[in-house]
Design a protein around this ligand. Structure first.
Ligand code: GNR
Ligand code: NI
Length: 174
């Protein structure tokens, strides 16, 4: 199972809306396995398929810490059915925005419906870091990045610096 390349902002694909998955078949399971491996190697606590260039509504998450047992979560076609009024703030990072972190306020709790790795309908009630991570990943499926919640000045500055980094890398490759 090969590790896949993570797409970095700015890239127009990150702004596209991912499409609903029709069936959880073996092809999708291979994709989910690859996503999990890519996320663990990065390392990150979540990954949306669009971040490896695939516009499908599938997410992998694992918020367990190093000494703990791994506890991967596969979310196919997730829909949020409830968001709490009360909010919490976490410092977020994103594998598509390497090196940038910002405190983002989101609903503290959310409930969702989704299909699991086996295509079975499931429900989940999340709070804390898991709730934040789920909302961050769901945003990816809708073409939204956490920098979209920052001031235009900060957002533009981050995009400009990432663009510059990409240009410099291209120069080294040549
Ligand atoms: O690795 C990640 N850490 C993280 C921290 C706080 C809130 C959300 C995240 S998700 C991020 C990986 C990623 O980019 N997922 O899309
Ligand atoms: Ni992200």
């Amino acid at each position: 199972m090969p590790k896949r390349n993570i797409i970095i902002e700015p890239d127009p694909i990150l702004r596209k809306k991912s499409k609903l998955i029709e069936t959880v078949n073996s092809e999708l399971k291979i994709l989910m396995d690859d996503m999990l491996e890519t996320m663990y190697e990065a390392p990150g606590i979540g990954l949306a398929a669009v971040q490896i260039g695939i516009l499908k509504r599938v997410i992998v998450i694992d918020i367990s810490k190093e000494p703990e047992k791994k506890s991967p979560l596969f979310l196919v076609n997730p829909t949020i059915t409830y968001k709490s009024k009360d909010t919490s703030i976490y410092e977020e990072g994103c594998l598509s925005l390497p090196g940038y972190f910002a405190e983002i306020e989101r609903p503290a709790e959310c409930h969702l419906d989704y299909l699991d790795y086996h295509g079975k309908k499931q429900e989940l009630k999340a709070k804390g870091l898991l709730a934040t991570c789920i909302q961050h990943e769901l945003d990816h499926l809708n073409g939204i990045l956490f920098i979209d919640y920052l001031s235009k000045l900060k957002k533009d500055m981050i995009i400009k610096k990432l663009k510059k980094q990409k240009n410099n890398l291209n120069k080294i490759v040549i």
